[in-house]
Design a protein around this ligand. Structure first.
Ligand SMILES: *[C@@H]1O[C@H](CO)[C@@H](O)[C@H](O)[C@H]1NC(C)=O
Ligand SMILES: *[C@@H]1O[C@H](CO)[C@@H](O)[C@H](O)[C@H]1NC(C)=O
Ligand SMILES: *[C@@H]1O[C@H](CO)[C@@H](O)[C@H](O)[C@H]1NC(C)=O
Ligand SMILES: *[C@@H]1O[C@H](CO)[C@@H](O)[C@H](O)[C@H]1NC(C)=O
Ligand SMILES: *[C@@H]1O[C@H](CO)[C@@H](O)[C@H](O)[C@H]1NC(C)=O
Ligand SMILES: *[C@@H]1O[C@H](CO)[C@@H](O)[C@H](O)[C@H]1NC(C)=O
Ligand SMILES: *[C@@H]1O[C@H](CO)[C@@H](O)[C@H](O)[C@H]1NC(C)=O
Ligand SMILES: *[C@@H]1O[C@H](CO)[C@@H](O)[C@H](O)[C@H]1NC(C)=O
Ligand SMILES: *[C@@H]1O[C@H](CO)[C@@H](O)[C@H](O)[C@H]1NC(C)=O
Length: 397
């Protein structure tokens, strides 16, 4: 049966090579369609609002039969506010070539919808590259709108099979790249930059998302470099430099006593430089859920204030069970080397029901301040310690 099928295919391709080539040509011609925002009236003068031009170009790309390429050309600065690129798309895949620069309108030019500069929702199979940049013009917001709604730069919602590379994202009014309800994403060489004192300017934030790789990137912001929040799993962070910023945070989990989980998160070959926290796990007291199967390996520290920290008392007390937190287990810290800028080099601050199966292995953290001594604190933490400086005395079996 199978052999019959194969010889049938062989015979067909011998008898009708022309048919084969015609098909191939036909495919190439009709299945690559390129849309340039300039052809839709976009103006790269840095002042004109380009929402309509970008939206029309996107709609054509999205509606393409086959593959589509959306070009945002170099030598232009495209001003935008509140652009929504929605799927699902007819196109098999979309390639956004961001060669140029995008800049957000200043605060007073925004309308009522201040959630995100660019939203990409319900899109499957999207590549963004080209070496361009997106600047959120955050300086017009940080002081003037410290406690009001500030937009993020690039929000992914309900997306799948996304690859972003060679991109600079900077100066978000709020979070830089939040990601929600998505899967299979890869961010390579995506640098995120904002001043260290810009309030709540997280790099990446994840909710309800799985299978993500962050690699070869530099994140310098005013809050978490990457915050992995509720219902996320299979997240790898590799060869990333973080700082200034608040490090890589798992959580906080359990705010408002919600059931929240995080698992299979692996951080490898990263550098934490001038961060307030490094490898951090934080949970609220009383909330159900768990954080487990998390590893931080081969980490270089330069003046990191709290390089290794589990805080199970992160949030306020639950009236019924204020001395417990969701279990934190199977956590590995291996291969930390460098300096901390404050006293608590290792701080495993667990609730009475504790943290389990914690491994501290091959760690050498010294204080960058010769007058201070790096120390390890562990409370209710269970696990193993091997080859660790500073000395850890309180780890439970
Ligand atoms: C369409 O894009 C997909 C995914 O990027 C790629 O694998 C495929 O080769 C492309 N097809 C054509 C005809 O270019
Ligand atoms: C995305 O898809 C969800 C679920 O199908 C739908 O509820 C939502 O309205 C869509 N969002 C947009 C912006 O299209
Ligand atoms: C990101 O920063 C690194 C280190 O400075 C640099 O080598 C790389 O080219 C930057 N990436 C982009 C997209 O500019
Ligand atoms: C993530 O998506 C869920 C489901 O649509 C929504 O309820 C939630 O508010 C979103 N979270 C954020 C932070 O946008
Ligand atoms: C993520 O990291 C884990 C543990 O290091 C590894 O087994 C897995 O293959 C990685 N996944 C990807 C997609 O790189
Ligand atoms: C991490 O660094 C080590 C030592 O430099 C190297 O052998 C290993 O291949 C690196 N792994 C990754 C995933 O970058
Ligand atoms: C705390 O109590 C609440 C309500 O009784 C319960 O749902 C939750 O699971 C408890 N949390 C923990 C960590 O035991
Ligand atoms: C542990 O957390 C408690 C509650 O937030 C706090 O009072 C205590 O100082 C913390 N211990 C350490 C060593 O940081
Ligand atoms: C302890 O953690 C390690 C590393 O995360 C894991 O391989 C092992 O299965 C865990 N052991 C138990 C008893 O949970």
């Amino acid at each position: 049966m199978q052999r019959g099928l194969i010889s049938c295919i062989l015979i067909l391709s011998f008898v009708s090579p022309c048919l084969c080539f015609t098909r191939l040509n036909f495919g190439l011609e009709t299945k690559e369609s390129t849309y340039n925002v300039l052809d839709y009236g976009a103006n790269g003068d840095g002042k004109s609002d380009n929402e309509n031009a970008f939206l029309s170009a996107w709609n054509d790309a999205c509606g393409t039969e086959g593959n589509a390429t959306l070009v945002i050309p170099k030598g232009n600065v495209f001003m935008l506010k509140n652009l929504q690129l929605n799927g699902p798309c007819k196109a098999n895949s979309i390639h956004i070539q961001l060669y140029g620069d995008i800049v957000a309108a200043s605060m007073d030019e925004w309308g009522n919808d201040k959630l995100h500069l660019i939203t990409i929702s319900n899109v499957t199979s999207l590549t963004i590259d080209g070496g361009g940049s997106i600047d959120g013009n955050g300086k017009t917001w940080w002081e003037a709108c410290r406690d009001c709604q500030r937009p993020s730069i690039l929000y992914f919602y309900g997306c799948k099979d996304i690859s972003v590379s060679s991109l600079n994202v900077a100066n978000s009014p709020g979070f830089h790249v939040p990601i929600n309800c998505s899967e299979n994403l890869r961010f390579s060489n995506v640098n995120i930059t904002a001043p260290g004192d810009s309030h709540n300017t997280d790099g990446f934030d994840l909710w309800n998302t799985k299978n993500v790789v962050f690699e070869d990137s530099v994140i310098s912001v005013g809050d978490d470099c990457i915050a992995i929040k509720a219902q996320c799993s299979y997240i790898n962070v590799t060869r990333l430099t973080c700082g200034p910023g608040h490090g890589i945070s798992i959580g906080s989990l359990g705010v408002d006593q919600n059931y929240e989980t995080a698992e299979e998160i692996h951080v490898k070959n990263c550098t934490f430089k001038g961060v307030t926290n490094g490898a951090r796990i934080k949970t609220w007291e009383g909330a159900p859920g768990y954080a487990r199967k998390i590893s931080f390996e081969n980490i270089i520290l330069i003046d990191a204030e709290n390089p290794i920290i589990i805080d199970q008392h992160y949030g306020t007390k639950h009236p019924n069970n204020n001395s417990v937190s969701m279990p934190v287990s199977d956590i590995t810290y291996r291969g930390f080397e460098g300096t901390c800028a404050k006293q608590k080099a290792i701080n495993l601050n667990c609730t009475i029901n504790g943290c389990y199966n914690i491994t501290l292995d091959q760690i050498n953290i010294v204080s960058s301040d010769p007058k201070k001594k790096a120390q390890a604190f562990t409370i209710n933490a269970h696990g193993k310690v091997h080859n660790v400086i500073p000395h850890v005395s309180g780890m439970l079996e």
